[in-house]
Design a protein around this ligand. Structure first.
Ligand code: 0JX
Ligand code: SF4
Length: 323
């Protein structure tokens, strides 16, 4: 069986930074540190940080007053920021700088008097945070069909921002539909879909042309990982989202001459290798990596943690990853 790994795959710069923040905060302050929401949407990452002393909560009311608290990579709204101040929490903000950039852009459009549209998935923590960062009403649009339901005049001054982990193709279709209906519309051309999301989707699309089935390693609640699975299906091959090698079903790959493997931005490389190991139990594997982009993006840590050592065990940074 030929097994081809996508490149790039797995951890993005925002995820590396977010995990780094939790581990450095633990090193600086000791256990426990509290993390609001899963730091990234990956069970293996969360479990590893729990073992190191992180405590995960959904609401700040579950954090003792004054405790060290970290906001997840997906960002938070104004309401959560205010709660943190009220409880005098010592906050380290692991919001990805590319998510913060969307918040800033949305605020600028709102300040210029434009009605704001957010293209994204309802209920996703990034969407909840972004909607609550932008003053005034923000209209959420999830599909082309929903563009048709917006009931304001064609010349209304509008602007849009987008969730960072959407499907590039779906988002382009929604933006085109908005442009067809409204004449005074501002927004970034391809939306705010981040470099990592775009690169992983491009690589998955390329890989899907060369394999019979695509395995996407990632958690169910990871938006960007789910989008990678959709790409397989859009290219006419089956795509399966699996958390690790234990979830692989022999049936999926039994008749496949070539199996593609990729991973969401929050998936550790060790889980990709776990899936490869599971494939090796089913067949003799010839492993290769699809030539692709090498990402060099890195984000700066918050000031209070820059000089702190990281002795954490989640720190894989894809160092051992085959390229
Ligand atoms: O569910 P998402 O894809 O937005 O997040 P995940 O899987 O935690 O990926 C990394 C964080 C992305 C924030 O933009
Ligand atoms: Fe940041 Fe993009 Fe990674 Fe999200 S997927 S954490 S926006 S780099």
């Amino acid at each position: 069986m030929r097994v081809i790994l996508a490149q790039p795959r797995g951890f993005c710069a925002g995820v590396v930074r977010a995990i780094d923040i939790v581990e450095r905060a633990l090193h600086k302050h000791g256990s426990p540190v509290y993390v609001r929401h899963e730091i990234v949407h990956n069970k293996h990452v969360v479990d590893s940080l729990k073992k190191q002393g992180a405590r995960f909560v959904e609401e700040l009311s579950d954090v003792p007053p004054g405790a060290v608290t970290i906001f997840s990579a997906h960002g938070v709204g104004k309401t959560v920021e205010a709660q943190a101040r009220e409880r005098r929490l010592e906050v380290f903000d692991a919001t990805c700088p590319l998510v913060s950039k969307v918040h800033k852009q949305g605020k600028q459009y709102a300040a210029a008097g434009r009605r704001l549209i957010l293209i994204g998935h309802a209920g996703h923590p990034e969407v909840v945070g972004t909607m609550d960062q932008i003053p005034g009403e923000v209209l959420l649009v999830e599909s082309v069909a929903e563009v048709g339901k917006l009931d304001f005049p064609a010349d209304t001054p509008l602007a849009y921002v987008t969730q960072t982990t959407l499907s590039v193709d779906d988002t382009r279709a929604i933006i085109d539909a908005l442009k067809r209906r409204f004449h005074d519309l501002l927004g970034p051309n391809a939306g705010d879909i981040c470099y990592a999301t775009q690169n992983r989707q491009n690589a998955a699309r390329e890989l899907s042309k060369q394999v019979d089935v695509l395995l996407v390693v990632g958690s169910e609640n990871s938006s960007n990982a789910r989008r990678l699975c959709e790409i397989a299906k859009d290219n006419g091959i089956p795509g399966y989202l699996i958390a690790n090698g234990g979830e692989l079903q022999a049936d999926w790959v039994r008749n496949a001459a070539a199996v593609g493997v990729t991973a969401g931005a929050s998936t550790p490389e060790s889980m990709v290798q776990d899936v490869v190991a599971a494939l090796r139990k089913l067949a003799v594997v010839e492993l290769s990596v699809l030539p692709g982009l090498e990402e060099k993006v890195m984000f700066r840590l918050p000031p209070g943690l820059m000089d702190v050592e990281n002795s954490g065990s989640t720190d894989e940074r894809n160092r051992a990853a085959p390229r």
